[in-house]
Design a protein around this ligand. Sequence first.
Ligand SMILES: Nc1nc2c(c(=O)[nH]1)N(C=O)[C@@H](CNc1ccc(C(=O)N[C@@H](CCC(=O)O)C(=O)O)cc1)CN2
Ligand SMILES: Nc1nc2c(ncn2[C@@H]2O[C@H](COP(=O)(O)OP(=O)(O)OP(=O)(O)O)[C@@H](O)[C@H]2O)c(=O)[nH]1
Ligand SMILES: [Mg+2]
Length: 508
Amino acid sequence: MATSTASSTATPTRRPKVRARGRPRRDGRATARAVGPGGGDADTIVGVATATAGAVGGVAIVRLSGPNALTIASDVFAVGRGGKGVETWESHRATYGRVTEADGRAIDEAIAIAFIAPRSYTAEDVVELHCHGGAVCVQRTLMRCRELGARTARRGEFTLRAFLNGRLDLAQAEAVHALVSARTTAGADSALAAMRGGLTTPVSEARRTCVDLLAELEARLDFDDEMVPLDVEAIERKASEAREKIREVLQTAKRGALLETGVTVAILGRPNVGKSRLLNALTRSERSIVTSREGTTRDVVEASMNVAGIPVVLLDTAGIRSETDDEVEQIGVERSRAAAAGADVVALVVDASRGWVSEDYDIWKSEIAANERARGAAILVINKTDVADAENATPPADVVDSFSDVVRISAATGDNLVELERALARCITGDVVNTESESWAVNQRQAEALHVALDSLDRLRDTIDADMPLDFWTIDLREAAFALGTVTGEDVTEDVLDTIFERFCIGK
Ligand SMILES: Nc1nc2c(c(=O)[nH]1)N(C=O)[C@@H](CNc1ccc(C(=O)N[C@@H](CCC(=O)O)C(=O)O)cc1)CN2
Ligand SMILES: Nc1nc2c(ncn2[C@@H]2O[C@H](COP(=O)(O)OP(=O)(O)OP(=O)(O)O)[C@@H](O)[C@H]2O)c(=O)[nH]1
Ligand SMILES: [Mg+2]
């Protein structure tokens, strides 16, 4: 089944937009009321809106949303000495009271806030019960809500309802998830910009153009005789305008992907050149063990850092050397090579106090020169400049040319680390203009759909050029319109919604 919030092209069967059943009053007040048992989206759902994993928070929010939210809350929440349930909820007002068992015994001292439809996150009646943190109060409160008929919310179901109720478009709903899972300030800024909207407009316009063209062509298929000749030029012009819009939106895709998934940088080199000390210096941590012995690092060590707003996973690896009998070290070296092969960027570290030696050359040859992807995404780091001439260890020109940058640093003193971070930023962002600008960027799902639309419109151009029958034009247009609709949410199948909202955290 599919959902739709606007007229759509020929798509799978559609489900009408689900409207919140709440009856808002002008004064923002509503009386507690019972709504008969509902199925599907008429369910009242309950979930914990605050983090439940890891550390215990001081306060946890249990959130109810749906037609029975107010009545259920009136039953579980009591105010004043007499412990009476709330009869009239005022929207957006905090009330002090207690969460109680069915027999009136207190479960917790709490604050309740009602958000009366449609003035709430989901556009339905919502009540938040702000309980004490920790497992017990929250679980007992959830249990009481379920006893009274609320169902446990599925992942992302609050946000899904906000979308189904027209409070957010699909891109905005996806941005909520991006905001919650952002790992850097730049990622959060971009998500916030997307939450405020803006992506849907150009995509929606392009879709509208396709739908309009489609309608025109379909009318011809039905009543060709009665109509004026087709203005093919106008059709091509409109289709190319739509293509241009999509292309513009797609220009944000690379930045979006960088902010969303980040990159991995593998630190590679001979034993003892200072790879681990470099990882510690870059992440200002003691994540990796550093000793003066060769072969200290035995396994791949991960640490995260932020480079120009992009989340970066740094991989410290075991020093690579071929002549070793130690089985553990051999396995470590294999892992180093695997890390290098899988990384987006390789930083080859060499030791200025030793100079550029044949082992460095061997590593360069096997891990960088022989790796298509590593070439152009590799940085040469000449380390230990505090104890040796910085020009030491400079390799021959053809080797230097294979790196996007050569940086001379001291992991020990921190000298030139800023320059190394800049080199990393250049290498990672490449032609992406500004990763830290506070504007939205499409995510991978959206980019894929936009590419499908673009391909369909390219095919339309060929179809027209080849003088194919009108039916073929409509096939291309329909595909384009549908792909665009999956971005805005105007044409979206339940499967797509499921995959989007499944990634959400519980209670969002
Ligand atoms: N306690 C609490 N904090 C929260 C949330 C929440 O659900 N509860 N949010 C959950 O994500 C975020 C805020 N999102 C919200 C979005 C809309 C409305 C809301 O009541 N909107 C009404 C009223 C607006 C107004 O008074 O102008 C509306 O849009 O009509 C509330 C929270 C972050 N902080
Ligand atoms: N003087 C100086 N010593 C450094 C510098 N960086 C690392 N060292 C020292 O070099 C030695 C080896 O450093 P590590 O970071 O453990 O070297 P590694 O490349 O991780 O070595 P393996 O794990 O064995 O592959 C340690 O004694 C470090 O303190 C530097 O910039 N200057
Ligand atoms: Mg090490």
